[in-house]
Design a protein around this ligand. Structure first.
Ligand code: ADP
Length: 404
């Protein structure tokens, strides 16, 4: 069975085609600048030459049509017939309280995703465009949706409620949802497999540290708390997002700087975090280099980032009354040996014994970076959200076929 995985943003669309028999990628690519006359389509068929096209792509439907044309192209294609795509799986950021798992797309599911537009105005409408674009081009192909929030639906009320008037939760569903769920679920499962222990017996803190960053307390295979909240702004310090701040700063800054709500929201989402403190931008590579060259703002940004991450790890060890493993994943987590070393060195109290050599070795695969004697094992596990979406979609289609 071949599954096409789509991650649709408001002006971009990423895709990956999987052959599920071997879980191998046949082709992948992306369309950027949708809505413009110079949209860029990049297409990478496995073991073949990359194709790059610049053309007018005004809508997601056109982006999907162009992608299909390349997948079926006599020279660059990896398929002979469009019917070789058996299903499409979409990443959807917000599933609210309605979805604790993935779902086959039908009218009811679409209605529910629309109802959640308010909770994720930057994401869910774009995902809906992706779903409709697939419908327009491949009307008979089943589609599934896999939610970033679903894994966290196991959180207990003590973790997901905010201590504010209950009417806000009851009337407006204001609560913690958490994000990056497919990644946290995937790396915690891989960690258990690598450690050779049942996931159901483990207390793991998973750290998904990319441009956006979140930490999850995974207890016995279930998310019991996570650092992102109702939106992806809460929690860790990130590339451009502030993470946790005193909420009273918002009205105070609005008053003192004469900011509108929109401006303050943009400040916290786009001009805070590493960017604000380092004054160099949000890329951890540049910040680390500048820090090593003696830049004091870069050092402060790095130290705040590491400190805030470590506080969450400690909090989750307390929340779970123990911690067997810490997992680092995503762009910074997988690649920044310097950040991992700083975090681990400061967690010796918990029994973390870093293997400095294993941590700084230049390799990209899954690995343990602590000594055998370490009471808490620390692992680096490359995330693979697309594979999780393909697997979930595959399973839903198999279940559906069995029922019919
Ligand atoms: P996104 O959240 O957009 O999916 P990624 O998980 O791809 O982001 O992470 C992107 C970030 O990873 C970049 O901003 C960069 O700071 C960081 N990164 C990538 N490679 C390295 C590296 N070698 N060292 C430190 N940071 C890195």
């Amino acid at each position: 069975m071949n599954i096409l995985v789509i991650n649709a943003g408001s002006s971009s669309l990423k895709f990956q085609l999987y052959a599920m028999q071997w879980e191998s990628v046949l082709a992948k690519g992306k369309v950027e600048r949708i809505g413009m006359d110079s949209a860029i389509l990049t297409y990478e068929p496995t073991d073949m030459r990359e194709v790059r096209e610049v053309s007018e792509i005004l809508e997601h439907t056109t982006a999907i049509r162009k992608m299909l044309k390349l997948l079926l192209h006599p020279e660059h294609g990896v398929l002979k017939d469009i019917h070789e795509i058996n299903a499409v799986g979409h990443r959807v950021v917000h599933g609210g309280e309605s979805f604790s798992g993935s779902a086959i797309v039908d009218d009811e599911v679409k209605r529910e995703i629309r109802r959640l537009f308010d909770l994720a105005p930057l994401h869910n409408p774009a995902h809906m465009l992706g779903i409709q674009a697939v419908e327009a081009n491949m009307p008979s192909v089943p589609q599934a949706v896999v939610f970033d929030t679903a894994f966290h639906q196991t959180m207990p009320p003590v973790a997901y409620l905010y201590p504010i008037p209950m009417v806000l939760y009851k009337k407006h569903q204001i609560r913690r949802y958490g994000f990056h769920g497919t990644s946290h679920a995937y790396v915690s499962e891989r960690a258990a497999a690598i450690l050779g222990r049942p996931l159901e017996d483990l207390k793991i803190v998973t750290c998904h540290i990319g441009n956006g960053a979140s930490c999850t307390a995974v207890m016995n295979g279930k998310s019991m708390d996570t650092s992102m909240g109702m939106t992806p702004l809460e929690g860790l310090m990130m590339g451009t997002r502030s993470g946790d701040i005193d909420p009273a700063i918002v009205p105070y800054a609005m008053d003192k700087e004469e900011l509108t709500l929109g401006e303050v929201s943009s400040m916290l989402n786009k001009h805070s975090g590493l960017t604000a403190i380092s004054q160099l931008g949000s890329d951890m590579r540049e910040i680390t280099e500048a820090m090593e060259a003696g830049d004091r703002s870069a050092r402060l940004a790095f130290e705040m980032y590491e400190y805030r991450l470590r506080k969450y790890i400690g909090a989750y060890a307390a929340a779970m009354n123990g911690m067997d493993a810490i997992v680092f994943t995503a762009g910074v987590g997988e690649n920044s040996a310097v950040l991992r070393a700083a975090v681990c060195r400061n967690l010796s109290f918990f029994g973390v014994e870093l293997d400095e050599e294993a941590n700084s070795r230049r390799e990209s695969g899954e690995r343990v970076i602590t000594r055998n004697s370490s009471r808490v094992q620390v692992l680096v596990i490359p995330t693979n959200e697309e594979l999780v979406i393909a697997r979930e979609t595959h399973q839903l289609i198999l279940n559906q076929n069995n029922v019919v």
